[in-house]
Ligand binder design. Structure first.
Ligand code: 5GP
Length: 137
């Protein structure tokens, strides 16, 4: 499968679509999930065009996971959460819906995931949570 450079996350990386960002550098972007599975649900993506984790060059994967850890540490303090689920779906068969590799950081329990219908989050509330995470970074 070829990488589609018009996918939503590629467009967010190019600033063609808005996102509530918590972290950005040359290689990685972290932003709030638009349909959070729990308060504070954050996505971390490498800027490298890759569909799944399996397509991502090892150097980019290694750097991205360091940022995943950094964001998780900030979320734990900023949102005062005890546990964070790190989820990464590789392939539509696994449930991946956006064809650009991404890591979910979900302040929740694996036993709670999937219990609630997914819907658009309250954007003002999400912005407030993002500000807390940013302040901790
Ligand atoms: P996947 O199911 O591919 O692992 O996860 C894709 C995630 O991207 C979902 O949690 C979904 O809510 C989120 N998402 C889809 N479209 C957008 C968007 O336009 N903006 C943001 N911030 N998140 C999105």
């Amino acid at each position: 499968m070829l990488y589609d450079d018009q996918n939503i996350f590629a467009r967010i990386i190019r600033n063609e679509l808005p996102a509530i960002k918590v972290y950005e550098d040359e290689q990685v972007l972290a932003f709030m999930d638009i349909m959070p599975q729990a308060e504070g649900h954050t996505l971390v993506i490498p800027k490298t065009p890759a569909i799944t984790l399996l397509d991502l060059p090892p150097d980019a994967a290694a750097y991205t996971i360091q940022i995943v850890q950094k964001i998780a540490q900030a979320m734990k303090v900023a949102l005062d959460v005890q546990g964070i689920v790190l989820m990464q779906l590789s392939g539509a068969s696994a449930g991946q819906t956006v064809p650009h590799v991404h890591f979910h950081l979900i302040p929740s329990s694996v036993h709670e995931l999937g219990k609630h219908a997914l819907c658009m989050g309250d954007q003002e509330r999400i912005k407030a949570l993002a500000e807390k995470i940013k302040a901790e970074l």
